[in-house]
Design a protein around this ligand. Structure first.
Ligand SMILES: [Zn+2]
Ligand SMILES: [Zn+2]
Length: 129
């Protein structure tokens, strides 16, 4: 298994059949999961095709990437909604925004508490102003 493939599976999950890993940074040997994205294999081939005639323009590629991200976000949203969760975002005491999945029925302060606890776990308590 290629190193990039291994890193992706380790950090992001399985590569679905028919999909390929694309290097957003353009460096083929790069293994940073944040520099990779999962794209349909056929689309990936077209994107890298040598012949300019079939190659996606940067705008077209960008458009497809955004459509893919929207579709994935919607899929995740529906999956979490089925579990009784919704996405929420709040500003923490240090000014950073943190978001996460909270119960659909949670009130405003419950949402804040939930996200604040997550923020505390991540940052420790020392930095709280
Ligand atoms: Zn690629
Ligand atoms: Zn990279």
């Amino acid at each position: 298994m290629a190193a990039t493939h291994y890193m992706w599976e380790e950090f992001r999950g399985p590569v679905a059949p028919g999909y390929a890993l694309h290097h957003i940074c353009g460096k083929r040997n790069c293994v940073r999961p944040a520099h990779l994205e999962l794209v349909p294999h056929a689309e990936h081939l077209i994107h890298h095709a040598r012949k300019r005639r079939v190659r996606f323009s940067p705008e077209e590629w960008d458009k497809r990437r955004k459509a893919r991200q929207r579709a994935n976000a919607k899929k995740e949203y529906l999956k979490m909604k089925a579990k009784g969760l919704r996405r929420a975002k709040r500003r923490m005491p240090d000014g950073t925004d943190i978001d996460g999945w909270v119960p659909l029925t949670a009130g405003k302060s419950a949402v804040y508490d939930h996200l604040f606890q997550r923020w505390l776990r991540k940052n420790g308590t020392e930095d709280v102003p």
